[in-house]
Design a binder for this molecule. Structure first.
Ligand code: ADP
Length: 501
């Protein structure tokens, strides 16, 4: 209590009231008085007091009733009964109704101050206990809400999280952990880890963490194979320590790295394919140059020229390969900023045919240009379309027969504009057909042996079509010919307006 203790004396005898006032003022208390129960009650309603001295026998509200009423208003106030008719029974009754102590009349100032002092000490203790109780309740509430916050955070994490104590019992876990390890739901904390987690590497790593004596030990990381479907998890297991660094338990965090692993595998496969593709022509070039340098041909200039021109041919293929690789790399890295515009594909195809005229004439290949000039325009990147149809038309020429033909057709349906390149060439076998769009895939037989290529032309074609939300299809018959069909989405009216603007 920071302010002076406040005491109210309720007694119908003025002498008693004055006597109490005198004695208590000396003690440094603040005193107020009331001449009967009703006035006393009004004052309690208006003000707050630390201690009330109540006469038992008063006109109006009797002391015992007053005690009850006052307690209803302020349950913490200390009530001391004073009366001249002190009996054990009334004392017991008064205590039952909430009085703290009993002071029989007549009393000395010392007796009065002693009982008041005791009563005030009691009140102080009571208030102190109440404060502590409230603080504890508050802390418990905070702890509970802290825990529920923690549970919510851990619960919505995509990574699997699990905490074990020093005895290897499960303390905390989230739904992702259960799902990743394909566990039955764990009902309550405190169960031994091994009862649920059967994965040996995880259990062993947790044990390793829990029994570590090394103060600087911070984490065990392990890649874990979970099933036959190739699911790979990365488990990071770290000790949980107290302020002094003593290990209290372990926290295990699981991350699904299956996709990353797949990408990694594809990447290294690609690198090994590229190096393989580059090695063969480079070795050939090196061999021919070696022959020229070591003057293997003696004075035969013609022979030397032959070797040099072979080297040049292979260098040309190497350059084509590198260019195709750069194209793929750029497309995959998203570096090619597509410039989408309204494109008339038939115009592009016409230009490619004109450009290929010398080769067509050389092979005596006829072109039947059946593309309608009323085709709906498509929205596409011009450079991509040139690359796509150049690859398809070049193949229709390369893999054709002398005096063969190429038919270029179009078709339209509700959603797509379709462009077809039919050739009367060597065709593709049923076995090869499913691999035709794979990186570096080339049919290698007697007929294709002499035809140069990188095996990336159709890979690039497919990537371009995919990036335009279209599709590419192939039909082929060995020895008869092949048909490549490109489907590109028709432009919606709304889009058209937006682009024209
Ligand atoms: P390449 O640079 O070898 O032509 P592509 O990716 O363009 O690479 O084609 C892959 C393979 O598919 C070719 O090596 C060839 O065997 C086959 N191919 C592609 N187009 C045709 C076609 N029109 N007729 C027959 N075979 C084809």
């Amino acid at each position: 209590m920071n302010t002076l203790p406040r005491i109210l004396v309720v007694d119908d005898e003025m002498g008693i009231r004055e006597g109490c006032k005198r004695a208590l003022l000396k003690e440094g208390y603040e005193i107020d008085d009331a001449e009967n129960g009703s006035v006393g009650l009004q004052k309690v309603k208006k003000d707050s007091y630390d201690l009330i001295l109540v006469d038992l026998i008063m006109p109006g509200i009797a002391g015992l009733d007053l005690i009850q009423k006052v307690h209803k208003i302020d349950p913490e106030v200390i009530l001391v009964v004073i009366t001249g008719y002190a009996t054990i029974d009334t004392a017991v009754e008064a205590t039952k109704r909430g009085a703290y102590d009993y002071l029989p009349k007549p009393f000395t100032p010392e007796a009065l101050t002693a009982v008041v002092k005791r009563g005030l000490e009691k009140r102080l203790l009571r208030l102190e206990a109440q404060k502590l109780h409230a603080e504890r309740e508050h802390r418990l509430l905070e702890l509970a809400s802290e825990q529920s916050r923690l549970h919510t955070i851990i619960g919505c994490m995509a990574d699997g999280v699990m905490v074990t104590n020093l005895e290897g019992q499960l303390v905390l876990w989230n739904a992702s952990f259960i799902k990743m390890l394909k566990l039955h739901d764990i009902d309550v904390p405190g169960k031994p880890l091994e009862q649920y987690v059967k994965n040996k590497p995880i259990v062993e790593s947790i044990q390793e963490v829990l029994t570590s004596k090394d103060k600087d030990f911070s984490m065990v990381s392990r890649e874990i194979q979970i099933d036959d479907q190739g699911t790979v998890l990365m488990a990071n297991i770290a000790p949980v320590r107290d302020e002094e660094g003593k290990i209290l338990g372990a926290v295990t965090v699981l991350r699904d790295i299956t996709k990353l692993k797949e990408i990694d595998k594809i990447k290294s496969q690609f690198v090994s394919m590229v190096t393989h593709e580059l090695r063969a022509p480079l070795a050939a070039i090196e061999g021919w140059l070696e022959l020229v340098i070591s003057d293997e041909a003696g004075g035969d200039e013609k022979q030397k020229l032959k070797w040099l021109s072979r080297s040049k041919e292979r260098t040309h293929s190497l350059l084509a390969l590198v260019n195709d690789l750069l194209e793929i790399n750029r497309m995959e890295a998203g570096k090619v900023a597509q410039k989408m515009e309204i494109v008339q594909i038939s115009d592009i195809i016409k230009k490619i045919i004109d450009f290929s005229r010398p080769e067509l004439d050389k092979q005596k290949i006829s072109v039947d240009f059946k593309l309608s000039d009323k085709l709906p325009a498509v929205q596409a990147d011009v450079r991509d379309m040139e690359k796509l149809f150049t690859n398809l038309i070049n193949n229709a020429i390369k893999y054709n027969i002398v005096s063969g033909s190429i038919i270029l057709e179009s078709a339209v349906d509700k959603n797509y504009v379709c462009f077809r390149a039919k050739d009367t060439g060597i065709g593709i076998s049923k076995d090869s057909l499913p691999h035709i769009f794979d990186d570096f895939f080339r049919v290698s037989d007697e007929k294709t042996k002499k035809i140069t290529g990188t095996g990336l032309g159709l890979t690039i074609a497919k990537k371009i079509v995919d990036s335009h939300f279209g599709r590419i299809e192939v039909e082929s018959q060995l020895g008869k010919g092949s048909t490549f069909s490109v489907f590109l989405p028709r432009m919606r009216r709304k889009n058209r307006k937006e682009i024209v603007k």
